[in-house]
Design a protein around this ligand. Structure first.
Ligand SMILES: [Fe+2]
Ligand SMILES: [Fe+2]
Length: 144
């Protein structure tokens, strides 16, 4: 029997940016629906995931292009690679190959924690630093 890979939200996925964290919770929910979908539900679950991914990655891409974010290219490339896979898998699922849809769902569940920790966290830190004008904020030391 095959062990089903799952994806549930964990505190370590938080990147410290409210809007990115909200998008990431939505990612986890959407991929969980994809993992749990029956064959009949798979095309609809894939469409919902594609809609989510276009919005989520689009927002991060816009943020990266809005300034001199040094690590932008490999991050943009990863988003593009996922979107290209979704489009290809949608076509194959529509032609009756449900197994490839399930492989994509498992691959997304594996990919998300890595991507979030390695790439999204850095982007969130850069955006926060830019918003605060490059100054670190220390509250706790003043209260001691
Ligand atoms: Fe993200
Ligand atoms: Fe990202």
């Amino acid at each position: 029997m095959e062990i089903q890979a799952g994806l549930t939200w964990k505190p370590e996925y938080e990147v410290g940016d409210a809007s990115m964290d909200a998008a990431h919770r939505d990612f986890v929910e959407t991929v969980s629906s994809l993992l749990a979908a029956t064959d009949a539900e798979l095309p609809g679950a894939l469409s919902m995931f594609r809609e989510h991914a276009e919005q989520h990655f689009g927002e991060e891409d816009t943020l990266m292009r809005s300034g001199d974010y040094a690590s932008a290219q490999c991050h943009l490339d990863e988003h593009q690679a996922v979107l290209a896979s979704i489009r290809e898998v949608q076509e194959r699922v529509a032609a009756g190959d449900c197994a490839v849809g399930r492989r994509l769902a498992r691959e997304l569940a594996r990919w998300f924690p890595e991507h979030t920790v390695a790439m999204d966290r850095g982007l969130a830190a850069w955006a926060t630093k830019r918003r605060l004008g490059g100054h670190k904020v220390h509250f706790v030391s003043r209260l001691a």
